[in-house]
Design a protein around this ligand. Sequence first.
Ligand SMILES: Cc1cc2nc3c(=O)[nH]c(=O)nc-3n(C[C@H](O)[C@H](O)[C@H](O)COP(=O)(O)OP(=O)(O)OC[C@H]3O[C@@H](n4cnc5c(N)ncnc54)[C@H](O)[C@@H]3O)c2cc1C
Length: 48
Amino acid sequence: MPDWDAVIIGGGPAGLTAGLCLSRGNWRTLLIEKESVGGYIMNVEYGE
Ligand SMILES: Cc1cc2nc3c(=O)[nH]c(=O)nc-3n(C[C@H](O)[C@H](O)[C@H](O)COP(=O)(O)OP(=O)(O)OC[C@H]3O[C@@H](n4cnc5c(N)ncnc54)[C@H](O)[C@@H]3O)c2cc1C
């Protein structure tokens, strides 16, 4: 099993941003999401 420098729980905007920043810094990063990537905002509906 690989060693991780960082483990992020949750693939919402915060988790994805953290993952992007850590990966750019060459941190070996694991992101764990229990439902679907995108987080709560994926449930928001847009009206006219
Ligand atoms: C009703 C409502 C409407 C909104 N409308 C808008 C809008 O129109 N525009 C806008 O910009 N913002 C909107 N927001 C705000 C936006 O949804 C939040 O600011 C944003 O989703 C927060 O991102 P986050 O990554 O902190 O958390 P979240 O989006 O909540 O992401 C957390 C993630 O972690 C995962 N998770 C939780 N526990 C675990 C676990 N134990 N293991 C693995 N994964 C786990 C969840 O499945 C989720 O994907 C709205 C919020 C609400 C409540």
